[in-house]
Design a protein around this ligand. Sequence first.
Ligand code: COA
Ligand code: AMP
Length: 286
Amino acid sequence: MKMHLDVLYSVRMRAAKSGRHVSGAERIVLEKDIASVAAELVSRAGGRHNTPDSIVVTIERISTDEIHILSSLDVATVNEYDPDSSRRAAICILRQAGVSEQAAMRAIVALSHGPAPWGGNMRGAMIMDADTGERLEPDQGRGIRASKFDWTMDSAVELDKLLRNAGLMHFRTREALALATKVAHGPGVIAEICWSDEPDYTAGYVASLSAGYVRFPMMKPRGSEYGGRAFFVKRGGLELHALIRYLEDEPVLITAPKQFKTFSCSDEYFRAVSTYKIAPDIVKSQ
Ligand code: COA
Ligand code: AMP
């Protein structure tokens, strides 16, 4: 759905140290909130262990004619604490979404060893053919970055309550869920897999419109410095340029999820998904 809204601004922060990106975050806000939100993002740029050399804040008016209003993916947490079991379950979920086992494996191998051509982390996501695992992003070091998304103002309070009740208070979950929702609605996208490259942040997820956002607390062993994202696409009818433009440039506001579920292990999850379907009312908005 696209709708007309008040004047809105994209506020984006990125911080770097010794030429390396160390943190980034973004919001979509009313003009009156620009200063406070920019200050809040800047305060997130640093930290005890990370004193950045540069903090760049970009404030840009966005075209409200283009705004998509999307329903959030619903959330399932699968409390599997072994990375191998979590990845096996992730592959099953990707297969249910239409990704071949070969493509899912290729993504997992790339994320485990660093998907950039030099073997390190990328600056964005891989775009992967869901059948063959072929990589389609124009630059395999940069990848594609989803940007210009936020929660609607009305949904923020409800979302925080849901996250608190589910014990998911880390700001990353809030942001990753928004990012995954934007990606899942991308024209041609059928699923995503992600885990962070931060050595201490072991959680990851797989996401699709049908499965929702399925979070695993241990998608990688603690201490691993490799991670990233793969967006799986169906090649037939894919307009890669339109997808990249959507992901990078088209603004998206997201309404709160309706369901948060927790499962004690992947067996319990798979038993349950055969009897209920997450987010039955979500349809592609374009
Ligand atoms: N990793 C590494 N480098 C990054 C980066 C990232 N995530 N984001 C930006 N950079 C660096 C790159 O050098 C980039 O140049 P490139 O385009 O050649 O790669 C440069 O900064 C400029 O990037 P740009 O995208 O133009 O910056 P921006 O100020 O418009 O937006 C972010 C920066 C970080 C806000 C945006 O890219 C982003 O990732 N938004 C999503 C944030 C979020 O919610 N993430 C959820 C994670 S759980
Ligand atoms: P993070 O979730 O910030 O730890 O990022 C994990 C990985 O996701 C990074 O190493 C990048 O490869 C990729 N990434 C970071 N930001 C984005 C983005 N905005 N869109 C797509 N991929 C991203």
